[in-house]
Design a protein around this ligand. Structure first.
Ligand code: NAP
Length: 349
């Protein structure tokens, strides 16, 4: 058993990214206070219990909801470190963006960090933020070589890119609460679009949806010329541990291995899995995306105008200096799609 183990609270432990964080913490021998909305829901917690059974660390499950201000005191008791990952990550399927995204993200961050202020043992908070908190639309790249941690999303709102708005509003709230106290310091991990195998099939994370759409042929007629900063889920989880345990870690860390277009993602998948899968092969011209996009999915003309056809670049040097080693995007996609096939989510051909 390692000697310098700590007690770490992880909110939203049932999630896609949190699953890997909890795994690495348990494997390193730490005690994990994992919060979930429903600890009795086997699908959300069984994979965590299985990992704990064969790891040196200890897992304790707690029930907590972002909108229940008092629910975080019990799991926080005795913790050295808090990792706050819980936040809704859905891009469609709601009618009220404020209720679905912004209120749980911002009020939830406030509730969790107010509980942190009441916990005498807590020394560091690692917040799962996003590149969505760094920029709003790709058009903001104009005149820049790359986005850095000095950039902030100032263009999203509850009406335009509400998920992005929920992330920047939550991160700003976290920094405000941090600045009003002096016991705990704050590190934020700001990942791009996360791919890679999942330890749970219970997550609704939007990351998993994109790959399913590609494999099931939903995008076979073509994809818009959209770029993402991409990163492997295992590197995102490792960055949370580096941010938590490295005393020198401070501030924001962009987590992006490389920028990829949707067509580039499809090309990497085709190279690995062959042409028998209906991965998209061409770009849809921007005027066509502009005309039909809003009828095909949860995108607005404003989003299309400000994002389609613009390159995206991110400076990941701070995360590399922290100790993150990025694997190639092609390996991430291979591992992820392999799992999608193994799980029967896309028919193996
Ligand atoms: P996920 O699997 O959907 O995880 C989100 C977690 O938040 C779930 O465990 C969910 O718990 C919890 N949650 C949502 N609403 C809640 C509420 N009202 N009270 C308590 N818990 C609540 O998505 P993920 O991709 O792992 O995302 C985790 C974090 O990473 C989020 O903060 C997200 O914004 C951020 N992020 C994700 C990506 C990406 O590409 N995946 C990129 C950048 C940043 P339940 O199981 O109870 O629903």
């Amino acid at each position: 058993m390692p000697t310098n183990t700590q007690t770490v609270m992880v909110t939203g432990a049932s999630g896609y990214i949190a699953g890997w964080i909890v795994k690495y913490l348990l494997e390193a021998g730490h005690t994990v206070h994992a919060t979930v909305r429903n600890p009795d829901k086997a699908k959300s917690v069984d994979h965590l219990k299985r990992i704990a059974d064969s790891a040196p660390g200890t897992l304790k499950l707690f029930k907590a909801d972002l909108l229940d201000a008092d629910s975080f005191d019990a799991p926080m008791a005795g913790c050295d470190i808090l990792m706050h990952t819980a936040s809704p990550f859905v891009l469609d399927g709601f009618t009220d963006a404020n209720e679905a995204l912004v209120r749980p993200a911002v009020e939830g961050t406030r509730n969790v960090l107010n509980a942190a202020n009441r916990c005498e043992s807590l020394k560091r908070v690692v917040l799962t933020s996003s590149v969505a908190s760094v920029y709003g639309d790709a058009i903001e790249m104009k005149g820049k070589k790359a986005f850095t941690e000095a950039d902030w999303n100032t263009t999203s709102s509850v009406d335009h890119n509400p998920y992005q708005y929920s992330k920047v509003a939550a991160e700003r709230e976290a920094w405000k609460i941090h600045d009003d106290q002096s016991r705990w310091d704050l590190v934020t991990i700001n990942p791009g679009m996360v791919y890679g195998p999942s330890l749970t099939n219970a997550s609704n994370s939007a990351s998993i949806g994109t790959l399913l759409d590609m494999g099931r042929g939903k995008l076979k007629t073509g994809v818009p010329d959209l770029e993402y900063g991409m990163v492997d889920v295992r590197e995102v989880a490792q960055a949370h541990l580096l941010g938590a345990f490295n005393p020198e870690a401070e501030g924001r860390y962009i987590l992006v291995s490389q920028s990829v277009s949707m067509l580039h993602i499809a090309g990497m998948l085709r190279k690995q899995f062959g042409r028998r899968y209906p991965f998209p092969m061409m770009k849809v011209p921007k005027p066509v995306v502009w005309a039909v996009g809003p009828f095909m999915g949860p995108v607005t003309r404003k989003f299309i105008s400000r994002n389609v056809g613009y390159p995206l670049r991110f400076d990941n040097s701070r995360s590399q200096a922290l100790g993150v080693t990025y694997r190639p995007a092609a390996d991430t996609l291979k591992d992820h799609f392999e799992q999608v096939l193994d799980d029967g989510l896309v028919r193996r051909r």
